[in-house]
Design a protein. Structure first.
Ligand code: PXG
Length: 291
């Protein structure tokens, strides 16, 4: 595997960063996960815009322009012969500093791009649905580390994931301090109730998922009413359908939460329609970078 690291394509074995890199020492940095479908980088502009928003929030200057990052991503894909379908990770850390926290002592950010393949969940779960649990670990407070920032500091989500794993579930439903449902450890959540699609609003403390926004747009184009509302676990248990969205997971149905079966335990009609619509969309959207 070839990695893009600070402007150079290097073999994986040579893709090394310093133990003094603050991305490693403190989780001080940001990232994006992007997919390409059929030679097209899906929602690249939106992903890069979010990367720059995350960077701005933590006062990190990305040393490349958006066009330069796009070129670097394509170069990395080509170097790895991943011409059609890939999973791309773009990481920008604060860079090498000393052992103190001070980011002012880190003169140049570290940037790397990994391109690979990913299938987050086994295919059968896309047909049967996931069983989820709500975990005790609350999502970061907006006033502490805003979940809108896609930072390298994922310990909050990792703790949630560990709790889910301990309970035998593949993903965790997380609540905010007030007990409202926010999102999962690496996915956004939606419910369908009486033919309306509901999602927790960004203001409750979630990552504004690119896939989430695509699904909202798709639902609107299907004339499905969409509401961004506060949701409780009660709303989830008593919904007609539940599904998760994320770049890695795409759209995955949920059929069981905290031991409660959602409706009849089968993947619902709206979820199926959105899954089909999403599949169609990803193969059409965006500029094709390679044939
Ligand atoms: N919420 C959180 C907390 C996330 O980390 C999403 C929602 C979905 O966002 P997008 O923009 O991808 O629709 C994420 C996704 C993985 C993985 O491999 C995913 C994410 C981060 C790290 C790993 O599944 N982010």
């Amino acid at each position: 595997m070839k990695i893009w690291l600070n402007g150079k394509i290097v073999p994986e074995k040579e893709a090394k960063v310093s133990v003094f890199d603050h991305g490693l020492l403190y989780g001080d940095g940001i990232f994006e996960a992007i997919r390409s479908y059929n030679g097209r980088l899906f929602k690249l502009k939106e992903h890069l815009e979010r990367l720059y928003r995350s960077a701005k929030s933590i006062m990190l200057k990305v040393p490349l322009s958006s066009n330069e990052l796009e070129e670097a991503i394509i170069k990395t894909l080509l170097s790895n012969n991943l011409l059609k379908d890939a999973y791309i990770r773009v990481v920008v850390t604060r860079g090498k500093g000393d052992l103190g926290l001070d980011p002012a002592k880190c003169p140049s950010p570290t940037v790397f791009i990994i391109t690979s393949k990913i299938q987050l969940y086994p295919q059968e779960l896309y047909e049967k649905g996931l069983a989820l649990v709500t975990v005790a670990t609350r999502r970061n407070d907006i006033e502490a580390l805003n979940p809108a920032i896609k930072s390298l500091n994922y310990l909050n989500n990792i703790l949630a994931k560990i709790e889910a794993t301990n309970a035998g579930a593949l993903e965790a439903i997380m609540l905010n301090r007030d007990g409202y449902v926010v999102e999962c450890s690496a996915d956004n959540i939606f419910i369908v109730k009486e033919k309306t699609l509901y999602a927790p609003p960004v203001s409750v403390g979630i990552l504004e998922g690119i896939t989430r926004n695509v699904i909202i747009g798709l639902a609107q184009s299907f004339k499905i009413p969409v509401k961004e509302n506060l949701l409780t676990r009660y709303d989830l248990y008593n919904s007609d359908e539940v599904f998760l969205t994320g770049t890695a997971a795409e759209i995955i149905p949920v059929t069981r939460i905290d031991g409660r079966i959602i409706k009849d335990g089968k993947v619902g009609m709206f979820t199926k329609r959105l899954m089909t619509g999403f599949k169609k969309l990803v193969n059409q959207e965006g500029r094709k970078y390679a044939l």
